[in-house]
Ligand binder design. Structure first.
Ligand SMILES: [Zn+2]
Length: 293
């Protein structure tokens, strides 16, 4: 597989992305958690300590990044959002209260979607151009919705290792997909209510390095998902610094915000994917609109 012809001879585009969920990871699942500060406190850590530590590291390294943020976090942790924007990182859309999308309830999906856009526009003054589905959940309506609302890209899917372009049911082009490669929560997220064994930082680092190595050789794209409440722990900040150092030992690496990768990819590659994924619970009409069965 040939490398993507990125500008300036870059062999690979690297997206460092942070899903800045804060307390919504617990509020979206159970609104009564609002009265349980202990349960919420891991999310609180993400806003209070994790995100600022990540911003310090990015500033030290002089690197751009993308933060996918639920609208609730934009509204309630605005001081951190302002720091992110001042540092010229990108704010992407990540729902409103981090509710997992139910493919049989398209009204809820649209409501979360519109509320999230409104919060970002109100606080930072511009609409987001990228989206990542909370907990990786979407409906078949997502890609038409993103395209209709003028988004440039989605970064929810795991079905490829390189960017591709969605194709709508009428054959017209949709948004760019920036598929992700690895996610820190898979190895490192545990909480008071849901105990899970954690991997060691060295173990995670070795997985991320191996994935990067192959992307560098054969693909040309590497998209890593991290979370301030997970990678923002002190020892993992060191792990992320080690990963950045490792990546930088390679020639011609382009660290970029997701929006810059998507807009550049549209110019240099722009290959179609297989079209939207249609849920068995939904049916598509002649004119391409989707309704519930
Ligand atoms: Zn999330």
């Amino acid at each position: 597989m040939p490398n993507i012809p990125w500008p300036n001879g870059a062999k690979i585009a690297v997206n460092l992305t942070f899903d800045f969920d804060a307390e919504t990871l617990w509020l979206g699942r159970d609104p009564t958690n609002v009265d349980r500060p202990g349960t919420l406190s891991l999310g609180t850590y993400g806003a209070k300590v994790g995100a600022p530590k990540i911003l310090e590291l990015l500033a030290d390294e002089g690197l751009p990044a993308t933060f996918f943020v639920p609208g609730w976090v934009v509204d309630n942790r605005t001081h951190v959002i302002e720091k992110i924007v001042r540092a010229n990182h990108e704010i992407g859309h990540h729902g409103y209260l981090h509710k997992s999308i139910d493919p049989t309830n398209l009204e809820m999906e649209r409501e979360e979607f519109e509320k999230g856009i409104d919060s970002i526009k109100r606080v930072i003054g511009v609409a987001p151009v990228g989206y990542r589905g909370p907990s990786g959940e979407t409906s078949a309506n997502l890609i038409p919705l993103l395209t209709e609302r003028g988004f440039i890209y989605d970064s929810t899917m795991l079905d490829d290792i390189e960017p591709y372009r969605h194709v709508l049911s009428d054959g017209s082009p949709g948004v760019v997909e920036l598929p992700w490669h690895m996610d820190d929560t898979l190895y490192l997220l545990t909480s008071i209510k849901f105990h899970r064994p954690m991997a060691t930082n060295d173990h995670v680092l070795s997985i991320w390095k191996s994935e990067f190595d192959e992307a560098y050789i054969s693909g040309g794209y590497f998209n890593l998902i991290m979370h301030p409440q997970v990678t923002g722990r002190p020892s993992r900040i060191r792990t992320l610094r080690e990963l950045i150092c490792y990546i930088r030992k390679h020639d011609n690496v382009w660290f970029a915000r997701s929006r810059d990768v998507a807009t550049t990819w549209l110019k240099v590659a722009n290959t179609p994917g297989d079209g939207p994924i249609v849920s068995p619970f939904l049916r598509r009409s002649e004119n391409g609109t989707i309704s519930q069965r």
